[in-house]
Design a protein around this ligand. Sequence first.
Ligand code: ADP
Ligand code: MG
Length: 709
Amino acid sequence: MSALRAPVTVVWGVGEERAKLLARLNIFTVEDLLLHRPRRYEDRRKFRAIREVRLKEAATVRGKIIAAGVKRFRKGTRSMFECIFDDGTAHLYCRWWQAQAWMPDWFTVGREFLIYGKPDALKPRTMTHPETELVEPGDDEFIHVNRIVPIHPLTEGLTARVMRTLVWRALEKFVAGAREGATLFPEWRVADDKLAARPRGAPTLPSRANAVYLIHFPEEQPDVDVARQRLALDEFVEMQTQIQLRRKKFEAAAKALPCGGDNHLLKPFLAGLGFKLTDAQTQVLREIRADQGGAHPMRRLLQGDVGSGKTAVAACAALMTLESGFNAALMAPTEILAEQHFRNFSKWFQPLGVRVEMQTGTRKTSNLQPPTSNTEVAGNDAARSTSTLRSAATNDGHHASPVTLYVGTHALLNSGFELPSLGLVIIDEQHKFGVAQRETLVRKGNYPHLLVMTATPIPRTLGLTLYGDLDVSVMAESPAGRGEIKTFLRTTETLPKVFAFIRDKISQGRQAYVVYPRVEVADTDLDIKAVTKEFENVQRALAPFKAGLLHGRVRPADQERVMADFRANRIQALVATSLIEVGVDVPNASVMLIENAEHFGLAQLHQLRGRIGRPLPSSPGAAVHAHESFCILISNAQNEEAQARLKILERTNDGFKIAEADLKLRGPGELLGQQQSGAMKLRFGDLIEDLPLIQQAKEVAAKNLQSPG
Ligand code: ADP
Ligand code: MG
C-alpha cells in the first residue's frame, strides 16, 4: 500500500484525539493532510510595527502582553477579554467579546504572540477578534516565522500552529525525498509524466512533489499560484480521464442505427414550416445529419438561448430518423412543455403521415387514431383517451405501423415502457436532467442517437467537465422577429402601479404572467409570497379580467385546461410558479411580473422572461415580429449583492453573459445539480476560472488513453 494512503496517525504527534479532530476536516490519510489547502498565507519575514498599523488594513504584528483581563458589562451578562500587546513601538489593544474560560490562562503577561487582524480604531490602536499565535522560543522557529507561512482551515481544538507543524512533519517525512527526485510514490511519478505531455508554450509547472511542498511553504508569493495550478491540473486530468473512458466504453459497445435520412419527409416539412431556417439552425442540422448517419450513436448537446429555435431543429432531427424507418422520442421536464410539444409536433407531422404519441406519467395520447365513442376531443388537433392508445398499441401487431414520435416527460424514464426500434432520443431543457437519468434513458433505447437541448448557456469550463462526453453545438443567432424585452427592477411599494400597468396592457389585448417562488406559504419564511395565497389578490387587482392558477400541485388535467384557456385568451393572466419556466409559448403574452425575484437564480429568471417577447405566427414569407414586452422584477432584498445580481437582468438580454455572472456570484451548484456536484470535489481546481487548465487536461487525458503505460 502506498504510504500516501496510510492513516494520518503515522505522522508523529497525531494520536487518537487529534485524528478525531482532523477527521472533522475530512483528513484521514497522509495524502489528505498533504493536500489540506491553506486558506491564506502570512508573510512573516518582516512584521509590521504596531506603530505603523493602519485603520481597517490587515496586518501581522508581533508583541508581548503587558496587561490582560476580563471586563464585565450589564450586570455581568456580557463580558469582554482584553489584552494589551507591546512591541516596543506602540501598544495594541486586542479584545474578544464573551470571554472564554481558557483565555486568562492562555494570554498571560510576558507571553509573546503573533497577531493578525484589521485595526478598527487607532486611538488607541485596537483589533477585535484578531487571530493569534503563541510564539514559543526555540520551537520550530523556522516553520512558524521568518518565512511565508500557511494558515490552514482549522477546527476547534486544533490551532494554526499545531496544524502547520503536522503538515510540516508530513512533508519532511514523505515529500522532501521526492522533491530531490526520489520516486517515493509511483502515482505521483505518473502524474509528472502526464505533465510532460502538456501542450507546447504552456508555462512550466513544478513537479507534483514540489507543488505539494510549495502550496504549504512557498518561497515567494508566486510559488503559491504555480503550485495550485499544478495540483489543479492533476485533478482535471483525473476528471477528464474518467469522462473519456466512459465515452470510449460507450463507443466500443454501441453501434448506431443509420438515421441520416433521405429528405422524403424533411423536404415537405421545411416547405410547409412558414419560415426559413436560420444559418445557425442549418449548420447544427448539418452536424446532426453527419452524426446520425455515422457509425457511433450521436451524443450531442445543443445550446441555444431562449427563442433561438431549438424546437424546429428537434423536429428536423426527428424527421431524419423517422424517414430512415426508425422511431424517435422527445422528452421534456414538465407535462406542460410535453403537452405543448405534442401539439406542435402533431400539427407538423400529421400531414406527413407520422404518428405522434404522448406518454406522460398520467396519460397516453396519440394523434393518428380514429376517434372512438368515448374519445374526449380537446382542441381540434388531437384526439385523446387512454383506451384509444391501448387499442392502437394492439393494432400495431396487425398493421404495418407508421413510424412514431413519442413525446413525454421524464416519467418515460421510470415507466418501464419499452420504446421499440428507437433511433433517436431528444431531451429538451437538459439542465433539468442529471447525468444518471441521461444514462438510464439511453440504455432503455439500446443506444439510440442522443440530442440534448438546453437554453441554459453552460460556460465552457462546465461544458467540458459536465458534458465532456458530449459534442457541443452552439446556436448563437436567434431568428429575426424576437421582440425586445424591457426589464425593470422594483420594490413592493410600486405593486399598485405595476398592476395598473398590467391592466392597461390587457385592455390593449395582451396577456400577462404573474410568477411567485412558492406554492404555499411556509410558517418559517413569511416574506416569501406563495402563489396559492396571492392568487385571489391578483384576481382582485386585475378584475374584471380573468386569471388562472398554475403550479406543480394542480392536477395535470387541470393544468392542461388552464393552459388551453390561456392560449385561447379565455383567461388573461396566468398566476404561476416557475413551472412555466421552460418552453411555454404564448406569443400574445407580453408582460411578466415576478415577485420575490431574489429567490430565483439569474439563469432561471432569464428563462422565465423568455416566455414573453415571442414571435407571432406569420404567413410564409411575411416578416416575423413580436409584441413589445415587459418584465417587472419585484424584490425588497436589502443586501447589495442581491440587488446587483438582479440589476444584471435589467442591463442585458444575453443569456451567456447572465449565466457567467450567475456562476461567478453563486458558484456552479445550481448548474451542476445535486448528483453531479458530489462527483466534483475539487480542492485546487476552479471550474469557473480554470478553462485553460481544463483544456490542457483534456488533451493530456486523451494522449494518455491513446498510449497507455
Ligand atoms: P427555444 O430555442 O427556446 O426552444 P423555440 O424553438 O420555441 O425556441 O422557438 C421560438 C420561436 O421561434 C417559435 O415560435 C418558433 O416557431 C420560431 N422560430 C424558430 N425558428 C425560426 C426561424 N428560422 N425563423 C423564424 N422563426 C423561427
Ligand atoms: Mg424550447
